[in-house]
Design a protein around this ligand. Structure first.
Ligand code: PRP
Ligand code: URA
Length: 209
C-alpha cells in the first residue's frame, strides 16, 4: 500500500489556516499555496538519489553530493493544480511540466477530461501529480488512470487538503501511489466539498466564481 504523509509542521499549519479563512484574498491565497508547496516539496523530494561529484571549492578539492537518477515531471490537474507548479519548480527547476485538464461535473461529481499534454519521455520520469483538493477522489483517480495509460510508472500525488473519502478512493484503485497532503479534513458535504476545507480552490486561486 502506498504511504499517506500528512504534514505536521507549524509553518504549514499556520499558512493553511490563513488560506482557509474566507476573508483571505486571491493574491495572498496564491502566494501561500506556493509557499506551502515549497515546504511540502522539501519532504516529497527526500528520496531523490544523489551521487558524489568531484569539485573544487575556493579552499580545497572535495567530493560532494548532487542529485542523479530518474528525471521528474510535474503534472498539475487543471485548473487548481496550476497553483502548485511554481512552488515545485523553484525547488526542481529542471522538471518538465505536463498538463491534464479535468473538471468535476457539478451534478454527477464525476471528472470530465478536456485536455492533456505530457512530456514525451513520461514513461521514464518520476511523476508528481499536483492538485490542491482531494475530495471524492474521482479527479485524482482519473488523473492517475490517464498517466498510467500513457506509460507512467512512478507516481506521487500531492494535495493541500484531502477528505478521508478521497484518500480511500485513491488507495482502492491505485494502491501503489504515495499521497502527500498538508491536512486531512473531517468529511465531504452533500455537494462533494471538503469540510471544513477552503472552498473552491480554483476560484480562490484565479478570482473566479
Ligand atoms: C477541483 C479540484 C480537484 C477536484 C477535486 O477541481 O481542484 O481537481 O475538484 O474533487 P474530486 O476529488 O471530488 O474529484 P474542479 O473540478 O473544481 O476544477 P477547477 O480546478 O477547474 O476549478
Ligand atoms: N473542489 C474544490 O475546489 N474544493 C472542494 O472542497 C472540493 C472539490
Amino acid at each position: 500500500m502506498g504511504k499517506i504523509v500528512e504534514f505536521d509542521h507549524p509553518l504549514i499549519k499556520h499558512k493553511l489556516t490563513i488560506m482557509r479563512n474566507k476573508n483571505t484574498g486571491t493574491k495572498e491565497f496564491r502566494e501561500l499555496l506556493t509557499e506551502i508547496t515549497m515546504l511540502m516539496g522539501y519532504e516529497i523530494t527526500r528520496d531523490l538519489k544523489t551521487k558524489d561529484v568531484e569539485i573544487e571549492t575556493p579552499v580545497a578539492k572535495t567530493s560532494s553530493k548532487m542529485i542523479t537518477g530518474k528525471k521528474l515531471a510535474i503534472i498539475p490537474i487543471l485548473r487548481a493544480g496550476l497553483g502548485m507548479v511554481d512552488g515545485l519548480l523553484q525547488l526542481i527547476p529542471n522538471a518538465k511540466v505536463g498538463h491534464l485538464g479535468l473538471y468535476r461535473d457539478p451534478e454527477t461529481l464525476k471528472p470530465v477530461e478536456y485536455y492533456s499534454k505530457f512530456p514525451e519521455d513520461i514513461t521514464s520520469r518520476d511523476i508528481f501529480i499536483v492538485d490542491p483538493m482531494l475530495a471524492t477522489g474521482g479527479s485524482s483517480v482519473a488523473a492517475i488512470d490517464v498517466l498510467k495509460k500513457n506509460g507512467a510508472k512512478s507516481i506521487k500525488l500531492i494535495n493541500l487538503v484531502a477528505a478521508p473519502e478521497g484518500i480511500a478512493e485513491v488507495q482502492k484503485y491505485h494502491s501503489d501511489v504515495d499521497i502527500y497532503v498538508a491536512a486531512i479534513d473531517e468529511k465531504l458535504n452533500d455537494h462533494g466539498y471538503i469540510v471544513p476545507g477552503l472552498g473552491d480552490a480554483g476560484d480562490r486561486i484565479f478570482g473566479t466564481k
